[in-house]
Design a protein around this ligand. Sequence first.
Ligand code: SAM
Ligand code: SF4
Length: 500
Amino acid sequence: MMFNDWKKEAYKPEENLKYLNKGNDFIDEDEINSALEQNRNASADEIRRIIEKAKKIQSLSLAETAMLMHVTDPKLWDEINAAALEIKRKVYDNRIVFFAPLYCANLCVNNCAYCGFRSENTGEIRRILSLNEVIKETQSVLDTGHKRLIMVYGEHPQSDINYMVDTIKAVYSVERTAPVSGRLTSIRRVNINAAPMPLSHLKKLKETGIGTYQVFQETYHKKTYSEVHPKNTIKGDYQWRLYALHRAQEAGIDDVAIGALFGLYDWRFEVLGLVAHAAELEKQFGVGPHTVSVPRLTHAAGSLISTKSEYLVSDNDFKKVVTVLRLALPYPGLIITAREKPEIKREIIKLGCTQTDASTKIGIGAYQECNAGEELSSEQFTIGDARSLDEIIREVAEMGMISSFCTAGYRCGRTGDTIMGMLKHCVEGKFCKLNAVLTYREYLDDYASPETKAIGEKLIEQEIGQIKNQEFFMKNNGKLFNDFMKNYEQIKRGKRDIYI
Ligand code: SAM
Ligand code: SF4
């Protein structure tokens, strides 16, 4: 297809018009700036009131979030950090969900100043995976133990909506025997990170059966946005991106995910942008984002801004980003990726992160190439944590946390406002705990190294003990607990993919 024909189909800015208010979008920079300006010196009492509000699993206002970000007293930060972990425990219990990214193509018509895939980066070796290669990549990812993928695409006529649909179907079609047990296994949930799309394309994605659709705004600050995304590119249209998830909701994709690329502009402004975005989605569709991502700018080939931006976020401030978001938006999942180094990840997991990736490869075809002992050909940015899934699972087990591969939510209709309502009332976390244990059992039997299995067995026993002692699971003569144990025993005997 010719470029202009493709663009006419892929980019329909007129679909935004109905969401605008007299031509204005919902990011009111004056409101954000004055929230930041006017809430610098909250008293300790006021901060403690905000902490208590967040602990009741209520979202915070822009002003309240700004007050938290301006706290300077280390003792108050200790209280905020402790509250973040408490909120995470209440909503998500002690589990971490794992996923792997799968980069299908690095072709891109856009020219984002921070990204290795930008069109002007002539040093990048361009590649698009064939369906056969996607199948091989999926097999390699499955061999590590993953059940969830996030498929990542540049924006290009060759990796268009039809390519996305075909590659997603290819992933779902793969079956593989697990290395330790020899049981059959497959990817159970495919999430997508791709450019904004028009309604018609989003409906095709929905029909294909995706989990979450992620679009990061990169920066909510309009001047910075236009500086890093050239005007003559599709990505140069701030509003087309800002309303990507409104259109997704309208197309029936009700698990949507927001994010900002931290390091392009002031981190405090971006946090308020995310809070405003979540509030807008909740107001318009009755359901906020399923997850919030906080990618931090890392080195990308030939990109000056990726290492020299004046807004690069220090480790200390980055921890504040995660903590404050956990309080401000208590119920969406919070994703930290392999962009972060192990030492930061370790701390952040304690501050409220609920999902992360592992065994990560971001080069095109990199899972296969690594198996073949070849070097990566092309990457979008640099990763900070190349550890294997088994290693990270062992580490989080040592921290007392259970790793989850649960994909039950979207497969039994717990999506959108259903799952958000359950999370707000701290009920979904309970189902997740059961399904975390079930999928952990599968992992230990199918993939775990002897060291990970040893520590995992102790943790799983502990978890079952906790479940047994919770009233929620023992109601109606312990029906839920008994159903769970029946599934658990069946999994031990070799049955797979059963959930509550
Ligand atoms: N092309 C699609 C888009 O722009 O929405 C999605 C794919 S893009 C490969 C996924 C995300 O990677 C971007 O939204 C951006 O936040 C992030 N990213 C790009 N360059 C980065 C860098 N140098 N460091 C960290 N993250 C980066
Ligand atoms: Fe393309 Fe996305 Fe990279 Fe921008 S961030 S250059 S749109 S792949």
